[in-house]
Design a protein around this ligand. Structure first.
Ligand code: GDP
Ligand code: MN
Length: 431
């Protein structure tokens, strides 16, 4: 448990740093930003909000067009809003590969909801926040639409600079908040929350006022803000974002959209929340790797990197780059490694058709190099490895490990250090 928690933290840190890292900039590795914390679909987040007394629209969820049509009729609303469920924002302005424009549709005629859902379900929706090929829609939300007289932005997030949660709000909501921050920073309001004290009444009211809620709407918004904070704490969120937090002409403050991110380290006490994660939008290789307690990150090149530790992973990728190669991926073994994990790791790495060589770079601190060596030889034999394999091992029990590799009779190129290993891996492809 402790080891897996530590390695999760390492991967998170790695992804944060690598996203700014020159190597990854060069390879434009968008996949690095894929999945850092548990994400839920809007409808799942709204269920959690309802349980905390946060105001959301009445809704149903549908996986087929006929279910969507049924739901639209059952709502008996004067207007319906149909929303594609994907783990990305900007749906309103998105585009389906069915030709349908917009992942959020309003209609007064419930009988067209089936046809609309037909152009959403099974099709990919591309938005500013998705990969360019889009994300396939498997579920839609059918909700009672409400008139919106004003859209604001509200979020609570864990903020390193504040050493705790902070509320962020803007009276300019519904739109891209990054753009508001860039063009009119004076319209972004921040309010750090004391983790022991919680959101104070005066803070909630000040934020409600800054968001532009007036009269009775101000105290209603303040109440919603406090409930959102209760939810933030209750579910171990790292972020609760509502864009838009809107007001209706009838005088209601409503959360029209919802995005909640969760702290993966809280999984042990948030079983119900984590059980909602269907992983269907995660990279299948990452998901498979996670099953074996391995961390896999896909890149664009052709040299697979098999390493332990985030620092070593980055150094390995850098040195490959330095010698004119490109990493295809890296797989982080973590600490208390078993022979079978090494085998599974090789299986994952070799399943990628881009991989033309494998570079193993392990520093045996906690890890016993002999276990790695045994795992490698077993994998080479059973998987009938077809690509060149370069191995650099150092640290605990390395002499025994080298003996195992050399006596195996397998075509393994051993390397004396990191530089040598990278050179040999790059050269093995050039041959
Ligand atoms: P996003 O584009 O992925 O962020 O999806 P949203 O849930 O935020 O919806 C996009 C936009 O659709 C919102 O900013 C609203 O302007 C509009 N919208 C969503 N639900 C309703 C609704 O019930 N009534 C009205 N009038 N507009 C809505
Ligand atoms: Mn939104």
């Amino acid at each position: 448990m402790a080891a897996s928690m530590a390695s999760q933290a390492v991967v998170r840190a790695l992804r944060e740093t690598t996203s700014k890292h020159r190597l990854f900039d060069k390879f434009k590795c968008a996949r690095l930003s894929s999945r850092r914390w548990l994400n839920l679909q809007e409808y799942q987040s709204k269920k959690l909000m309802q349980e905390s007394g946060v105001t959301v629209q009445r809704f149903y969820v549908a996986d087929t067009a006929s279910e969507a049509l049924e739901a639209a009729k059952r709502l008996e609303a004067k207007e319906i809003v149909l929303k594609a469920q994907i783990l990305a924002g900007g749906r309103g302005k998105g585009l389906f590969d069915s030709g349908l424009k917009g992942g959020v549709h309003l209609t007064k005629d419930p009988s067209v909801v089936g046809e609309l859902a037909n152009k959403m379900l099974g099709f990919s929706l591309t938005t500013k926040q998705t990969p360019k090929e889009g994300v396939k829609v498997k579920t839609v939300m059918v909700a009672e639409a409400m008139d919106i007289s004003r859209e604001t932005y509200f979020a609570i997030l864990m903020d390193r600079a504040c050493n705790g949660p902070v509320m962020v709000g803007s009276p300019q909501g519904g739109v891209d908040i990054e753009e508001v921050a860039a063009t009119t920073p004076e319209l972004i309001f921040k309010e750090p929350i004391d983790i022991w004290e919680g959101v104070r009444d005066d803070q909630a009211l000040r934020m409600a006022g800054n968001l532009g809620f007036k009269g009775p709407l101000e105290s209603q918004a303040a109440d919603q803000i406090k409930r959102l904070y209760d939810l933030f704490l209750k579910v171990d969120a790292t972020q609760v974002e509502v864009n838009p937090l809107g007001e209706t002409p009838e005088g209601q403050v409503v959360c029209f959209d919802a995005k909640i991110n969760f702290d993966d380290n809280a999984e042990f006490r948030q079983k119900a929340v984590f059980a909602m994660d269907d992983m269907s939008e995660s990279d299948p290789t990452e998901t498979e790797a996670a099953k074996w307690d391995l961390k896999y990150i896909g890149l664009d090149g052709n040299i697979a990197c098999f390493v332990n530790g985030a620092g070593l992973a980055m150094a390995t990728c850098d040195i490959i780059d330095l010698h004119g190669g490109k990493p295809a991926n890296f797989l982080d073994l973590g600490g208390g490694v078993k022979e079978n994990q090494v085998y599974q790791a090789f299986k994952l790495l070799t399943a990628d058709p881009k991989v033309e060589a494998i570079l193993v770079n392990i520093f045996g601190g906690i890890v016993n190099c002999a276990i790695i060596a045994n795992g490698i030889t077993k994998a080479c034999r059973e998987l009938e490895l077809k690509v060149p394999l370069v191995v650099r091992l150092e640290g605990t029990n390395v002499q025994e490990a080298k003996r195992i590799l050399s006596e195996s009779g397998l075509p393994i190129t051993s390397a004396s250090d990191l530089d040598d290993a990278a050179k040999k891996a790059v050269a093995s492809i050039r041959k």
